[in-house]
Design a protein around this ligand. Structure first.
Ligand code: SF4
Length: 406
């Protein structure tokens, strides 16, 4: 993610056609709520998320008090807007007790306009203690569990530094399926020394549970992780490309369609929360390190909260706004790029009209870049849909860069 740098308002106008003045949004996009729970039992060596090792119990009472303070300060910016989905991510949210989740959900209902039956996802790890809580989570409103399985192979799980084994993953999946109607399994491929056959075994086992959603990620060695410092031996590009081809073929045969770069769903099982991100919708992120994108009639802003849990708790409780580490108004020059960065991840793209609807800009502002991308065979021609070609999807970075303003 790009570093957030505050920009002076005067930089808004960049002189290109269709971008004069402020964005004028005729309606605001759907608004999702993201809640960050920052603790994990142990930091995985490949992880670059805002997650912090926690010895002993999670400080639930302090965390919930700070979350409430954070939410109370955020409410004026989303006043009256209905929440479209809730995602409780981490970190390891399943370290929280069902009672803490109950308090959290009650708090959200008290402060926000939350219709009944919206998608409420909780990320969980397959440890036995956590799986025992799934029923309790379901009782307080969680209706989708996203399980960080990563692999069923004990050797690979150990190489990834995961604290669960394959047997615990299998048990947790069954417990999640009993507790909630919708389950996602996160699986990774191109793991240290993984062969195509091992990848296939993992995938087939994941598919055998018949969950509605699968998220299949390529392991990447991110900067500032243990793996970046001590890189494990990972499959070469040809092998990982063969794994990717196999994944697309097997999931397709099994009835999961790839609707986003890493997301595969059966019909009607797409993750609505993530879809809203990819359609350039709004989200309010609360909790340490959480990011927000919020639209107003005349501007769109991004915010990031203080990352370190203790510091975020202290600052949120001070109620002086200091828990917001960065806030910037999106420059009109960047809006086209940010929109495309998200929507082009979707296999079917979006309707052309959603560009003006979500950015407030005329499509003329990105027409030269669109034409160039069409000429290169990366973007489908026409203005009815904004959609990558199959080749554009294979070279998504290149396609997205077409829209980066100088
Ligand atoms: S469990 Fe997930 S969030 Fe926690 S350290 Fe491992 S990869 Fe990161």
């Amino acid at each position: 993610m790009k570093k957030l740098v505050p920009v002076p308002v005067s930089e808004e106008h960049d002189g290109r056609p269709g971008v004069r003045g402020r964005p004028g949004l005729s309606s605001l996009p759907p608004l999702s709520l993201y809640v960050h729970v920052p603790w994990c039992v142990r930091k995985c060596p490949y992880c670059d998320f805002n997650s912090h090792e926690r010895k002993g119990n999670v400080p639930e009472a302090d965390y919930l008090a700070a979350l409430q303070a954070d939410l109370e300060q955020a409410v004026p910016s989303v006043w009256g807007r209905q929440i479209a989905s809730i995602f409780i991510g981490g970190g390891t949210p399943s370290l929280l007790s069902a009672d803490a989740l109950d308090q959290m959900m009650t708090m959200f209902r008290a402060y926000l306009n939350i219709p009944p039956d919206i998608e409420v996802t909780l990320e969980a790890n397959p440890g036995t203690a956590e799986a025992a809580r799934f029923q309790g989570y379901a009782q307080v409103g969680v209706n989708r569990i996203s399980l960080g399985v990563q692999s069923f192979d004990d050797g690979k799980l150990a190489a990834l530094g995961r604290i669960h084994d394959g047997a615990q993953a299998r048990t947790a999946i069954e417990m999640a399926q009993r507790a909630v109607p919708r389950v996602n399994l996160d699986l990774m491929y191109a793991l240290p020394r993984q062969t195509v056959e091992e990848c296939e075994r993992d995938l087939r086992e994941a598919m055998s549970f018949g969950t509605g959603h699968l998220s299949l990620y390529h392991l990447t060695l991110e900067p500032n992780t243990v793996f970046a410092k001590y890189p494990p031996k990972v499959p070469d590009d040809d092998t990982s490309a063969a794994m990717q081809d196999l994944i697309v073929a097997l999931t397709g045969e099994g009835g999961w369609s790839r609707y986003e770069v890493s997301a595969y769903a059966r019909q009607g099982e797409q993750c609505l929360h993530n879809l809203n991100y990819w359609q350039f919708g709004d989200y309010l992120g609360i909790g340490p390190g959480a990011h927000s994108k919020l639209s107003f009639q005349d501007r769109i802003i991004r915010q990031a909260r203080v990352r370190m849990p203790d510091s975020w708790m202290q600052r949120a409780m001070a109620r002086d706004g200091s828990h917001i580490a960065e806030e910037r108004r999106l420059r009109q020059a960047d809006l086209g790029f940010e929109f495309m960065l998200n929507v082009l991840r979707l296999k079917d793209g979006v309707e052309g009209g959603s560009f003006i609807e979500r950015t407030g800009l005329s499509i003329m502002s990105i027409l030269p870049a669109m034409k160039h991308a069409v000429e290169r065979g990366l973007l489908e021609p026409g203005l009815e849909r904004i959609q990558a070609t199959p080749r554009g999807w294979d070279f998504l970075n290149e396609l997205q860069m077409e829209f980066l303003s100088e």
